[in-house]
Design a protein around this ligand. Structure first.
Ligand SMILES: Cc1cc2nc3c(=O)[nH]c(=O)nc-3n(C[C@H](O)[C@H](O)[C@H](O)COP(=O)(O)OP(=O)(O)OC[C@H]3O[C@@H](n4cnc5c(N)ncnc54)[C@H](O)[C@@H]3O)c2cc1C
Length: 373
């Protein structure tokens, strides 16, 4: 039976999707992260959950084949994506050849989960980074159904999610493409949901729409955008909690994917430090870091390259300002205190102490906004 207390459990849901007797459920712990829960009265001791555990995934590619700085040729497309639009353009190609794409969406209740897209319109909801751990639900079973039905599939997600998918599938499929994001760490779904409830209470209004990073601002600005009807408000309270790393899943501090031995076909991220590599290539609308890790990834990238401005770079250049390609996020000394305080205080207290929602923080925000930063 799978070890339920494993620190390296990433919550990938492979065991839940794979259990032949439905004995495993994914249940939130006190921090709001999903972990497997086994109904021992149903368990038949087949050990499949151990065999397909994503945290034990051992697929390793060699060093990256190519590293590129990339931006979509159409500015309006870059404005709708998080970085340079690499994940979007790869996804669009898969839909155009009749395939299906899986990625993370903000659901109607503003929780973040994975979903399936068959049309270009449906891809829109995947655009933009959602800085919270996405719930994979039963998507792995849908992916297997699609692949067994002969469909081409592109799965996008964090490396630990794709490791879970690969473990769940057991065998390789020629028609499966995988694109992972460079990942700094995933914050708790509970903190995100509590934050939104707190904002609604503060404004005494219902939220209509939310974005983790407002895409109309300069690339690199980290404000979340909250819409109360047509009233748009920018904050960086949640962003501050995200960047503090206090609300990350425990496994993020021991992430075995945060290095240059990338395991999936293509890796995408932000090309932080592009100004040091090529000041001419840099602008304020988002540049993607793209790492091609396999022959299959190379072929997929070649199919979309006419839509992109591309600059070949080196891994040394790419890692200068992107430490998540070299090591997992450092665990802050304040993590235990954060959670102790989280469980014993109101969200207003957490917003003030960890999200900079103090008078000083508010003045800083107003000045930054006035300076357009
Ligand atoms: C939690 C998190 C941390 C990140 N940390 C870093 C970092 O430290 N350094 C860095 O260079 N880049 C990081 N990124 C990646 C970066 O923010 C962009 O997501 C990436 O560059 C893709 O942008 P794009 O313009 O190519 O794609 P877009 O068109 O904007 O599409 C976004 C893609 O990201 C996927 N995605 C969005 N949110 C999630 C999620 N919560 N879980 C799984 N998949 C998701 C979507 O499925 C989609 O394919 C992080 C992303 C996330 C979600």
């Amino acid at each position: 039976m799978i070890d339920l207390n494993k620190i390296n459990c990433t919550g990938c849901s492979s065991c839940y999707n794979g259990c032949p007797v439905g004995a495993i459920k994914m249940v939130s712990n006190e921090k709001g992260f999903l972990y497997p829960h086994i109904d021992e009265t149903k368990c038949i001791q087949c050990e499949l959950c151990v065999k397909i555990c994503g945290a034990e995934n051992k697929v390793v590619y060699d060093v990256p084949v190519h590293t590129y700085a990339v931006k979509h040729k159409a500015l309006e497309e870059r404005m709708k994506s998080q970085s340079g639009g690499a994940a979007y353009v790869l996804s669009k190609h898969i839909i155009e050849v009749g395939g299906v794409v899986y990625g993370a969406i903000i659901d109607k209740d503003f929780s973040v989960c994975h979903s399936r897209a068959e049309t270009i319109e449906e891809l829109e909801k995947f655009r933009g980074s959602k800085y919270v751990q996405s719930d994979l639900k039963n998507m792995f079973s849908f992916v297997r159904e699609d692949l067994n039905g002969g469909r081409t599939v592109l799965f996008t997600g964090t490396p630990c999610q794709i490791a879970g998918l690969k473990s769940f599938l057991v065998k390789d499929y020629d028609k499966l493409y995988t694109v992972d994001v460079i990942c700094h760490g995933v914050p708790s779904p509970r903190v995100w949901s509590d934050y939104l409830k707190w904002q609604e209470n503060c404004h005494n209004k219902e939220l209509k729409k939310v974005f983790f990073r407002d895409l109309t601002l300069k690339w690199g600005a980290s404000n979340e955008a909250l819409y109360f009807r047509n009233d748009k408000r920018l904050y960086n309270i949640y962003a501050k909690i995200f960047y503090s790393r206090n609300a990350f899943r425990d496994s993020c501090f021991e992430c075995s994917f945060a290095n240059l031995k990338r395991q999936f076909d293509i890796t995408v991220g932000d090309y932080w430090g592009i100004d040091l590599v090529s000041p001419e290539f840099k602008d304020d609308y988002g540049i993607s870091a793209v790492i091609i890790n396999s022959k299959k990834g190379n072929g997929l990238f070649a199919s979309v390259s006419s839509e992109l401005d591309i600059l070949e770079t080196t891994t040394d250049q790419m890692t200068r300002k992107n430490p998540q390609l070299l090591k997992s996020a450092d665990k802050p000394a304040s993590v235990d205190k954060f959670w102790e305080e989280y469980h014993n205080n109101t969200f207003a207290y957490i917003a003030k102490k960890y999200g900079g929602n103090s008078i000083k923080g508010k003045i800083k925000r107003i000045v930054k906004r006035a300076l357009g930063r």
